[in-house]
Design a protein. Structure first.
Length: 159
């Protein structure tokens, strides 16, 4: 199941929350893939099985990562090329990893998170204490649903 973590604004602690959830799932025995959305965007035109081969296991648990380090040597797709199928790529990764968590940029940072939101099972919005207000949360929810994404819930980051 692919779940994307994002926020209305940058620096809300999305990476902190997403990696924490991934670690907890792995500690419980689940096989988890933690994906940097930038890496996913750069490999979306690869054959899906090739993407699975890029994933790297971290430590003794069933925690795997697919980040920019893993795709650094590949020729990346230009930012304007959005022809790759996220659905196909994510579906193939989900065959190997029952839990697929995507650390995505803020919704206000461009359309990348919105595009990914349509390809995943759902999205979790991270709200940061002292930064994210009700207006930003409502706008983020509206933006997600307008793009065809599904909101699973919100996590409050007090750090």
């Amino acid at each position: 199941m692919g779940v994307m973590f994002t926020s209305p604004l940058p620096r809300a602690g999305v990476s902190f929350i997403c990696s924490g959830v991934a670690s907890e799932l792995a500690l419980s025995g689940a096989k988890v893939l933690l994906v940097d959305a930038r890496a996913l965007l750069s490999i979306r035109t690869l054959l899906p099985r090739a993407a699975s081969a890029l994933c790297r296991r971290v430590g003794p648990l069933q925690l795997w990562v697919l980040g920019m380090e893993e795709v650094a040597d590949l020729k990346t797709v230009t930012k304007n090329d959005r022809s790759g199928s996220f659905n196909t790529l994510l579906h193939e990764l989900e065959k190997d990893f029952p839990y697929l968590l995507i650390d995505a940029p803020a919704l206000s940072s461009g359309v990348d998170a919105n595009l990914l939101a349509t390809a995943v099972h759902g999205t979790v919005i991270v709200a940061r204490n002292g930064q994210t207000g009700e207006i930003e949360l409502k706008k983020a929810q509206k933006t997600l649903t307008e793009f065809g994404g599904r909101l699973l819930g919100t996590v409050f980051n007090a750090h």
